[in-house]
Structure formats: structure tokens, C-alpha cells
Design a protein around this ligand. Structure first.
Ligand code: ATP
Length: 199
């Protein structure tokens, strides 16, 4: 599995549709200060479901939409699409190429799609969760973030490791199942009360 291409439109400094092609191996993005290198990384995190505006270096999520420059007005929406080569089948989906898209409108509404089919954030997270690209997004290490991992508390470090090992997904499912079992226990108790009353 490797990232094949990233298309950015109306996201941060990328007003014009811009596509970056990635080959297997290392890709370097070079450019002067403030030219948008980190915005490319933000776009990657965002399309994979990043929910924290702060992680994207903004105050609110709408800050990712191109805000305009002296020569160009602001845009009404941000769109990012990431195409992943899945010929080795690492992603649990029957396609050798998977495109994840995310769109955010100024009114706050947002859309996700997987291979152009409308999807939920949860679908994107589930699709990526066994790859280490899940909710915690530890695979994207931003400037200064190495320090965060090195100085993290034991609990936080455990969360990083669990996410990397793909355990978090199972923990979430377990929590959901435990909640269902508790609800079921409540129902059984109520049922037992009714049976006792009828006797
Ligand atoms: P450095 O090397 O200093 O880290 P960089 O190449 O990583 O810089 P970025 O931080 O990616 O640069 O880009 C910063 C630029 O993006 C700034 O010029 C900023 O004005 C612009 N920018 C960020 N958000 C928006 C937005 N919503 N609309 C328009 N431009 C934006």
C-alpha cells in the first residue's frame, strides 16, 4: 500500500486544483518558508478524517477553506482527495485503488466519499484503522511532535502504541459491545420483574 496522489482544491493556500503524485519510496516537498509545504501535510491528515482544528494549525475547521489573498477572493469550499494504491489488499476493500475524498463548505456541512461513493467519517476511519492511519493519526509527525511523543505520559504513549498495533479499533468495538450487554442486562432485569409480577 502506498499513497499515489493527493488532489487539493480550495484548501488553505491551494486555491487552484493541485495534484501531487507520489512514487513508492521517499517524497520530499521543498519550497521557501510559507509556500505551503505543511499545508500539504495538513491536507493529508484532513482527508483521512482529522477532526482537530488545532492539529491543522487553525482556530476553527472553516480555517482550512481558502480565505483569499489580495488578488483573489475567498472560496466557498475545501476539497481534498487522496488516492491510495491498494494492490496488496492492505485496505479491507475490494479495490486495487482507493480514493478517499473530503469536502467542507463554509456553512459547516461536510462530506466524505470512498471511491466517489458517499461515506461517513466512521467508514473512512474503519477503512484506515488497520493501517495505523486511524483516529490518532500517529503516522503523521508534524514539526515539534517528536517531542510530544518522547515526553508523553505512560498512558498517552500506550495509546500511540495501541493505535499503531491496531488495537484501538477492537477496544472501541469492545466498549460498544459492553454497553449493549449492559442494556441487555437491564432489559432482562425488567423482564424478570414482570414475570415475578405475573406469577
Ligand atoms: P515553513 O517552511 O515556514 O514551515 P510552509 O511551506 O510549511 O512554511 P505552510 O505553513 O504550509 O508553509 O503555509 C503557510 C501559508 O499558508 C501562509 O502563507 C498562510 O497565509 C497560508 N494559508 C494558511 N491557511 C490559509 C487559508 N485558509 N487561505 C489562504 N491561505 C492560507
Amino acid at each position: 500500500m502506498h499513497l499515489k496522489s493527493l488532489t487539493i482544491k480550495g484548501f488553505k493556500s491551494f486555491a487552484e486544483p493541485t495534484t501531487l503524485q507520489f512514487e513508492p519510496g521517499v517524497t520530499c516537498v521543498v519550497g521557501p518558508n510559507g509556500s505551503g509545504k505543511s499545508n500539504v501535510v495538513d491536507a493529508l491528515a484532513w482527508v483521512m478524517g482529522e477532526q482537530g482544528a488545532k492539529s491543522l494549525r487553525g482556530g476553527s475547521m472553516e480555517d482550512v477553506i481558502f480565505a483569499g489573498t489580495q488578488s483573489r477572493g475567498p472560496l466557498g469550499r475545501a476539497e481534498v482527495s487522496l488516492t491510495i494504491d491498494n494492490s496488496d489488499g492492505v485496505l479491507p476493500i475490494d479495490y486495487s485503488e482507493v480514493t478517499i475524498s473530503r469536502t467542507l463548505f463554509r456553512n459547516g456541512s461536510s462530506e466524505y466519499a470512498i471511491n466517489r461513493e458517499s461515506a461517513r467519517l466512521l467508514d473512512v476511519q474503519e477503512l484506515l484503522s488497520d493501517t495505523g492511519l486511524g483516529r490518532e493519526m500517529h503516522v503523521i509527525v508534524g514539526q515539534g511532535q517528536l517531542d510530544r511523543v518522547l515526553y508523553a505520559s505512560a498512558d498517552d504513549r500506550r495509546r500511540f502504541i495501541e493505535e499503531a498495533a491496531g488495537i484501538t479499533k477492537h477496544r472501541r468495538r469492545k466498549e460498544k459491545t459492553v454497553r449493549k450487554l449492559e442494556a441487555m442486562d437491564g432489559n432482562l432485569t425488567r423482564l424478570q420483574d414482570l414475570v415475578n409480577e405475573i406469577r
